[in-house]
Ligand binder design. Sequence first.
Ligand SMILES: Nc1nc(O)c(N)c(N[C@@H]2O[C@H](COP(=O)(O)O)[C@@H](O)[C@H]2O)n1
Length: 161
Amino acid sequence: MSCDPVDIKAKAPFPAGALSNFAPHAFALDGIACGSMEGFLQSLKIQDSAEQARVCRLSGAEAQSRGRQEDWNSGTLWWQGKPVDRLSDAYQKLLDRAYDALFAQAPKFRNALAATGEAPLTHRMGKSDPCETILTEQEFCTRLERLRAHFGDRSSTRSRG
Ligand SMILES: Nc1nc(O)c(N)c(N[C@@H]2O[C@H](COP(=O)(O)O)[C@@H](O)[C@H]2O)n1
């Protein structure tokens, strides 16, 4: 049986809206408190660690518009005072760790992800060029689908007894 895609965006009803990076799900990464994934992502454009930690606590459009004030045309992003090349494996690993932390620490995010069943996930408003955005549609949706596969892992473990 095929399912309709779930297109993730902030103003969509559950579960798509709750999966938006804008949604206020609290988690911590490397001891830094984040109010949402958007707060974390947009903070990566900011070199100053104190201001970065402040932006991490934001959510929604407030977080996005704060990050969009920064010029990161050089392709250098920042985490805890260290530069991270946008096009590097290190950046992909940082994104993995952030989404793993969100999944582990935010039950409402996990519930929304579980509620998508096996539907394809899309983020049609997202961009595709990594030089134009801190998170492409593909980087976003593949991570959510990887995390969602954990639910299947648990049920198959149970069914094997
Ligand atoms: N609301 C919204 N509008 C757009 O035009 C977008 N590209 C997105 N995508 C999300 O925005 C974050 C990336 O921001 P930047 O493009 O780097 O400023 C990330 O959360 C995308 O999922 N959202």
